[in-house]
Design a protein around this ligand. Structure first.
Ligand SMILES: *[C@@H]1O[C@H](CO)[C@@H](O)[C@H](O)[C@H]1NC(C)=O
Ligand SMILES: *[C@@H]1O[C@H](CO)[C@@H](O)[C@H](O)[C@H]1NC(C)=O
Ligand SMILES: *[C@@H]1O[C@H](CO)[C@@H](O)[C@H](O)[C@H]1NC(C)=O
Ligand SMILES: *[C@@H]1O[C@H](CO)[C@@H](O)[C@H](O)[C@H]1NC(C)=O
Ligand SMILES: *[C@@H]1O[C@H](CO)[C@@H](O)[C@H](O)[C@H]1NC(C)=O
Length: 420
C-alpha cells in the first residue's frame, strides 16, 4: 500500500460507505420483481438452467458439446433491457446481444411469484420471428408497438437476419395487426439497425388509425418517423441528435462508460391547443434537453431545422436514458444512469441544474435504469446493471435485475419538481 493511499484510506472508506448507503426515497418504491437470472417457460417446459436444445416430445437428443451459437439457452447471457406494463401483464424484452437467448419478446403476470419465468409473447411460434427487441410501448388504443431490429448483435458475429421492422399487436386479441419494414432510406449503414432501441407512439384514442411512431436511432443519430395512415416512414437528421463529447466518461458501478450513444428517448407532452404535442428528447451522452413540436415531425415536407429548442442543461452527471412526461404533475421523469437515480423536472420551470430534482436514488437497486415508464400516476423502472455485465461480471447468486414501481407524487414530494 503506497503512503498516499494510506493517508487517504479513511476518506476513501468514508466515501465508499456513504455512496453505498446513501439512498433517496427508496422506501417509497415498491419492488415488483427481482431476478438473480432469467428463466423461461416455453410451451409449458421450464428452462431454469443452460439447455443445449429446445425440448419437444418428438426430438432425440445427442450428448455432444455444441458451439455457443447453436445452444438454445445460455442463461447468463439473458439480460432484460426493456419493458412495458398493460393491465396485469408486464412485457420484458431480451435483445440478442449474445448467443443462447430463447425469446426476445416475453411477458410475465403481476400478482404471482416475485421472480417469474418469462413466457414468449404473443406465443412461442410468433416470438421466434423476432430477432431483437428493446423498449416496447403500449398506446392509448390498446396496442403494443415493438421494433424488431432484426439484428443479431453478438460481438464478432453481428448479422442482420431480418429487415428492421415495426410490429404492432392488438392487446385484446394478442394478434399481430401489422408489420412495416423500414425503408432502405431510413437506414444509413449496417450500424443503424442496432440503434433502434425505443419507439414512442403519438396517437389520439379518438383516431387510432392515424397514429405516428418516432423511433430513436442512437447509433447513426437520427429520428425515424412512421405514419400509420400513409404507411410511410422517413428519416430526420439534426445536430442535437448527436452525443456531446463533453458528457462522455461518466461511470456506472465503477465502470467508465465511453459509449457514444446519440438520441435515446423521445417523450411526448399531452395535446396542445393546436392539436400537436411537444416532443422532448436527449442523447444518452448529454446533459441537455431539446424539444420540437410534433407538427414538424409529422409532416415530411417540413424541416425541423430552425424549429428545435434547446431547453437548457440539467447539470453534471445527469446523463439519462428513457424519460417520460407525466401530465398530472407536469414533470418529466428520467432514468438517470450516471447517478443511479430517477430525476424529475417540472416543465413549467426553466431547465437549469437547480430545477432538476432527485426523485429517487439507490446505489444497489437503481444501478442502470435501462427503461422507465409512466402508467397512470405511477412510475415504473427496469434495472439491469448492464455496465457490470459488459465490463466485469454479474454474480448469478445475487439479485441482478429488478422492476420497481412508485407513486410519482410520493417521489417528487419535497423536491424542486413539486407543484407549489
Ligand atoms: C446450472 O448449471 C450449472 C452448470 O452446468 C451448474 O453448475 C449449476 O449447479 C446448475 N444450477 C442449477 C440450479 O441446477
Ligand atoms: C442524414 O445523415 C446521414 C449521414 O449521417 C446521411 O447519409 C443522410 O443522407 C442524411 N439524411 C437526411 C434526410 O438528411
Ligand atoms: C473521455 O475519455 C477519453 C479517453 O480516455 C479522453 O480522450 C476524453 O478527453 C475524455 N472526455 C471527457 C469529457 O472526459
Ligand atoms: C402549438 O402550440 C404550442 C403551445 O400551445 C406552441 O408552442 C407551438 O409552437 C404550436 N405549434 C405550431 C406548429 O403552431
Ligand atoms: C392534462 O392535465 C391538464 C391539467 O393540467 C388537464 O386539463 C388535461 O385534461 C390533462 N390531459 C389528459 C390527457 O389527461
Amino acid at each position: 500500500m503506497s503512503p498516499a493511499f494510506k493517508m487517504n484510506a479513511r476518506v476513501f472508506v468514508l466515501l465508499l460507505f456513504s455512496s453505498l448507503t446513501f439512498a433517496i426515497n427508496f422506501n417509497k418504491i415498491t419492488k415488483v420483481f427481482s431476478w438473480k437470472q432469467i428463466s423461461y417457460d416455453i410451451k409449458g417446459v421450464l428452462y431454469l438452467n443452460d439447455t443445449q436444445y429446445e425440448r419437444s416430445e418428438s426430438s432425440i437428443y445427442f450428448d455432444q458439446e455444441l458451439d455457443d451459437s447453436e445452444k438454445f439457452f445460455i442463461q447468463y447471457n439473458n439480460v432484460p433491457i426493456g419493458f412495458e406494463v398493460y393491465g396485469d401483464r408486464v412485457f420484458v424484452t431480451v435483445p440478442r446481444r449474445r448467443h443462447g437467448i430463447p425469446s426476445t419478446l416475453n411477458y410475465v403476470q403481476l400478482g404471482g411469484p416475485s421472480s417469474p419465468t418469462l413466457k414468449p409473447y404473443p406465443n412461442p411460434r410468433w416470438s421466434k420471428l423476432l430477432v431483437s427487441t428493446y423498449r416496447p410501448r403500449v398506446d392509448s388504443c390498446d396496442r403494443l408497438w415493438v421494433v424488431n431490429t432484426g439484428l443479431l448483435e453478438v460481438p464478432d458475429a453481428r448479422k442482420q437476419l431480418k429487415p428492421p421492422a415495426i410490429i404492432v399487436f392488438d392487446l385484446k386479441t394478442n394478434k399481430q395487426i401489422f408489420r412495416y419494414n423500414l425503408k432502405d432510406t431510413d437506414l444509413v449503414n449496417e450500424r443503424t439497425a442496432g440503434g433502434l432501441t425505443s419507439i414512442t407512439v403519438d396517437v389520439d384514442p379518438k383516431s387510432c388509425a392515424d397514429a405516428y411512431a418516432y423511433i430513436n436511432d442512437l447509433a447513426t443519430n437520427s429520428l425515424i418517423v412512421f405514419s400509420m395512415r400513409e404507411r410511410d416512414s422517413w428519416r430526420i437528421n439534426h445536430s442535437s441528435f448527436n452525443h456531446d463529447a463533453k458528457a462522455l466518461n461518466f461511470s456506472v458501478a465503477g465502470n467508465v462508460i465511453n459509449w457514444k450513444d446519440g438520441i435515446f428517448s423521445i417523450a411526448l407532452s399531452d395535446l396542445n391547443s393546436n392539436g400537436t404535442r411537444t416532443a422532448f428528447y436527449h442523447p444518452l451522452v448529454s446533459t441537455q434537453e431539446f424539444s420540437v413540436d410534433t407538427a414538424f415531425l409529422k409532416d415530411k415536407s417540413k424541416s425541423i431545422e430552425g424549429n428545435v429548442k434547446i431547453l437548457g442543461n440539467r447539470g453534471p452527471l445527469t446523463q439519462s436514458g428513457s424519460h417520460v412526461y407525466h401530465n398530472g404533475t407536469r414533470t418529466l421523469l428520467y432514468a438517470n444512469v450516471a447517478q443511479d437515480a430517477i430525476l424529475c423536472w417540472n416543465v413549467d420551470k426553466e431547465l437549469k441544474p437547480e430545477n432538476v430534482g432527485i426523485a429517487a436514488q439507490d446505489h444497489k437497486q437503481l444501478v442502470y435504469i435501462s427503461d422507465l415508464k409512466v402508467s397512470g400516476d405511477d412510475v415504473w423502472v427496469l434495472v439491469n446493471q448492464i455496465p457490470r455485465f459488459v465490463y466485469s461480471s454479474l454474480n448469478p447468486g445475487e439479485n441482478n435485475y429488478f422492476i420497481h414501481r412508485a407513486k410519482i407524487e410520493d417521489l417528487i414530494k419535497g423536491t424542486v419538481c413539486e407543484k407549489k
